[in-house]
Design a protein around this ligand. Structure first.
Ligand code: GAR
Length: 216
């Protein structure tokens, strides 16, 4: 434990590969102090335990009522005293109390070139639409789904023989680069959300910083 590092709570519902990338690339930038899920048996929690990071779960089974669940999640997050909250495959909308637990300091990664393709099932929808490119966006979380101001965006061209599986694998590889980068910038105080937009090094971003698959 290093008391001087910005404290991060990660929330996820699934496999946790983005959590793993955030944990592996944390060194010296931030410390992940807790991992939470809406599923008691989510693999992301097992990954966190292997890193000796405390876990919590706030599930619809324990809290069927949305407002009570929102309050419990807000309490669990606040108890970890985070500077930042990183959603890593957390598949639920945050309620007002949870948003207020770290106001303006909640990040998400969404597998699409936002504002295109918010919501679920992006790979299938992108391929069905005949899109030529796809990617993922790290953005600030606001009350609306997948729509807060963007920070970093990974872009890749869609191959002629692309499948949902191949596209997901390529996008996730990119997410594992851009999400730790964006969080490190936030932790260093280089990135912030003000007046509903992203600022990087004191300059207002009119569009996200783009990372191509071919960039090193
Ligand atoms: C990630 O690809 C992330 O972009 C997506 O869930 C996946 C979680 O994978 N998030 C969303 O769709 C949010 N709208 P992981 O559990 O292996 O990190």
């Amino acid at each position: 434990m290093n008391a001087a590092l910005p404290r991060v709570v990660v929330l996820g519902s699934g496999a946790g590969s983005n959590f793993e990338a955030l944990a592996e690339q944390a060194g010296g930038h931030y410390e992940i102090v807790a991992v939470g899920s809406d599923k008691a048996d989510a693999p992301i929690l097992d990954r966190a335990r292997r890193h000796a990071i405390p876990v919590f779960s706030i599930t619809p089974f324990d809290y069927p009522e949305h407002t009570a669940r929102d309050a419990a999640l807000a309490r669990a997050i606040a108890g970890a005293r985070p500077d930042w909250v990183a959603l890593a495959g957390y598949m639920r909308l945050l309620g007002a109390e949870t948003l207020a637990a770290a106001p303006g300091r909640i990040l998400n990664v969404h597998p699409a070139l936002l504002p295109a393709f918010p919501g679920l099932d992006t790979y299938r929808r992108v391929l069905a639409a005949g899109a030529r490119e796809h990617g993922s966006t790290v953005h600030f979380v606001t009350a609306e789904l997948d729509s807060g101001p963007p920070i970093l965006q990974a872009r890749l061209g869609i191959a002629a023989n692309e499948t949902v599986e191949s596209l997901e694998a390529r996008v996730k590889t990119m997410e594992h680069r851009i999400y730790p980068q964006a969080l490190a910038w936030c932790a260093a105080g280089r990135v912030a959300m003000r007046d509903g937009v992203t600022w990087l090094d004191g300059k207002r971003l009119t569009k996200p910083i783009i990372v191509e698959e071919t960039d090193e």
